[in-house]
Design a protein around this ligand. Structure first.
Ligand code: ZN
Length: 277
């Protein structure tokens, strides 16, 4: 970085440098420098190596919902600090400022290529998309709304797993959300689960893996225990592509891997198969 004549950046240089920083992004896959504008246009997928970077919940809703059709529900449900866990209140605050959201999931109704659905989307920027009691409650309520209205539901997950700061209350969400998903199944209301990078642990081991159709984005980390934990357990040496969407497809945990550009189109085809039309 060049500095001004007197060893400091002058105001004009500072503006130019800030604009340059906004104009470029570095791909997390191939480490190439990309034009930010091309990167955004390509839905945050690297045009060189195809690496799918994370989307915020709002960005994914914009990708999937038809314009101006998304109506949010249960926005008032947010996590409390039931155990008085050290620093949890600060982390919640940080999660809110990082993501611009009150919780790690946004849920509501919309149409997807004209088909009315319930849509819930997680956001990794909020405490790693962790599932506390508020996230579990919002998932369960979204499913209950789908059941009452007999609307198909699409849930896009991204999560490190259960939120440890809420202890057992977080783990109970696994049973609650799976019970809600079972009621959907009994009533033959379609549930499509979309796994995005990363979908791990308590979220994968509950509602994210029990969809009628499970779709994953290319290269997404999808698994239960992380690579390090699996190695520590020394059960077997994990294969190199362990816990990727591709590995899970090969082993029957995932039905389809769909590039982001084709996600809305594929969801439309899948939903149309269930609801007709
Ligand atoms: Zn790349």
């Amino acid at each position: 970085m060049r500095k001004g004549w007197f060893g400091r950046q002058n105001a004009a240089q500072k503006v130019v440098l800030e604009e340059m920083n906004d104009a470029w992004v570095k791909c997390n896959g191939c480490q190439q420098i990309l034009f930010a504008r091309d990167f955004e246009r390509n839905l945050k997928v690297c045009p060189r190596c195809g690496h799918h970077h994370r989307l915020s919940a709002r960005e994914r809703i914009a990708l999937l919902a038809d314009p101006d059709t998304f109506v949010e529900r249960d926005a008032e449900i947010v996590s409390d600090d039931p155990l008085g866990f050290p620093e949890y209140a600060d982390k919640l605050q940080k999660g809110r400022s990082n993501s611009g959201l009150p919780e790690a999931i946004v849920s509501g109704t919309c149409t997807l290529s004209g088909i009315p659905i319930v849509l819930a989307v997680m956001d990794f920027a909020f405490m790693g998309g962790s599932m506390g009691s508020a996230v579990g409650e919002k998932v369960a309520r979204a499913m209950e709304h789908a059941l009452e209205q007999r609307l198909p539901i699409v849930i896009c997950s991204t999560s490190g797993g259960a939120r440890m700061q809420e202890g057992l209350l977080s783990l109970m969400q696994m049973a609650k959300t799976c019970a809600a998903a079972a009621r959907l199944h009994e009533a033959a209301v379609p549930y499509v689960s979309v796994l995005t990078d990363p979908t791990m642990a308590g979220v994968l081991a509950s509602y994210a893996s029990v969809g009628d159709v499970v779709i994953a984005e290319p290269g997404a980390l999808v698994g239960f225990a992380g690579q390090r934990v699996a190695q520590q357990a020394q059960v077997v040496k994990p294969p190199p592509n362990f816990q990727t969407a591709e590995f899970q497809l090969e082993h029957g945990m995932v039905d389809l891997i769909v590039p982001r550009k084709e996600l809305k189109y594929t969801l439309h085809k899948v939903l149309r198969f269930f609801v007709g039309g």
